[in-house]
Design a protein. Structure first.
Length: 199
């Protein structure tokens, strides 16, 4: 898997945005490539800062395409696919969270770093027949925010961000996601309070 990860990184760097789309698609569908996309976005934006919107969009669209593939397969194969990869206890725990929070159960994992089992949430969305429109919106917002934050770090910190990302990818990603998750929690809290007062 490490060989595949290295090959994908080299391909993405050579092919630019198209390579980034391909790496992001594979990471969100058939392979597990933690932090690869974030490091690639960091490096590419550092080299071509004026292409930040393009690189963020390609990484987000690649991830969306991969997630839609899993969503479709889960809708066809149902729970059988999940039982092969995950324990019954984990499936039940995530399912209850999914039923309770709906779209947020996709949005928050889309922002979160490993070891959050993001693909499990995507598969459950397919099994639960989550409306494709809501699913797409949650993935675009979650992944878009994640890659945008990564791109902005590259603009403000340049090569330092790339070096730090390569050496301490999990720490960097965890820091980014903590900020975004805290923002989401505050938003949900305020939304719930307003809704309760309205009722």
């Amino acid at each position: 898997m490490e060989y595949v990860q290295t090959w994908l990184q080299e391909l993405a760097l050579d092919a630019g945005g198209i390579g980034l789309f391909f790496a992001s698609f594979l990471d969100s569908s058939f392979l597990f490539l933690p932090e690869v996309n974030d490091v690639l976005v960091l490096w590419m934006v550092t080299q071509h800062k004026h292409f930040i919107v393009y690189y963020v969009a390609m990484a987000t669209c690649g991830s969306l395409a991969g997630c839609l593939t899993l969503h479709y397969l889960a809708g066809k194969s149902g729970e059988m696919m999940l039982r092969r990869k995950y324990s019954t206890e984990k499936i039940e725990r995530v399912s209850s969270w999914f039923r309770r929070y709906g779209s947020m159960a996709i949005l928050i994992p889309a922002l979160s770093p490993p070891p959050v089992p993001f693909k499990l949430f995507v598969l459950l969305a397919g099994v639960a027949k989550m409306p494709v429109g809501k699913f797409i919106a949650a993935i675009i917002v979650g992944r878009g925010l994640r890659f945008s934050m990564t791109g902005l770090l590259a603009i403000y910190y340049g090569d330092q961000a790339v070096r730090f990302g390569r050496e301490y990818g999990e720490i960097l990603l965890g820091l980014i996601m903590s900020i975004l998750l805290a923002s989401c929690v505050v938003y949900v809290y305020v939304f719930v309070r307003r809704r309760s007062k309205a009722l």
